[in-house]
Design a protein around this ligand. Sequence first.
Ligand code: T46
Length: 140
Amino acid sequence: MDRLFDNCGLDQLTVRGDDRGSLVAIEGLQDVPFQIARIYYIFGTGPGVERGFHAHKALHQFAVCVSGSCTIVLDNGQERRSVRLDRPDRGLHIGPMIWREMLDFKPSTVLLVLASAKYDEADYIRDLDEFHARVRQEHL
Ligand code: T46
């Protein structure tokens, strides 16, 4: 794993390939460090459009760009790091309390995301000042 923060990193996925093509399987608690409760995917995001701009209080997620590419900017409240997702065999684990911004989507990008819990708006922090205040509180 290429670690970005304590609870974030880029993982190489195992590719099972043969002369018919390639296959990647992702199992909860084996290939990702959580049980998978939800899957969603993002597509049709045009050039110049930005998404995200929030953190999660408790959610773990694992994002794979299965087609195309996009950039994800991660912020742990102290540092910002940027990663380009452009391969279907590399996944980004994002743990709780990480602000994320998604940008520079190539047309035809499909971003697959596995999540550790069902959708819950109460788990989102959508205000950057509130996020920074909570991080400071956690470090007291
Ligand atoms: C994240 C990044 C990577 C649902 O109804 N169910 C769901 O499971 C999700 C993920 C979203 N929604 C609704 C909520 C909004 O009305 O779909 C709409 C778009 O969601 P949002 O604006 O949060 O999309 P992004 O791309 O900004 O963020 C998403 C995830 O929400 C978020 O958890 O980490 O992708």
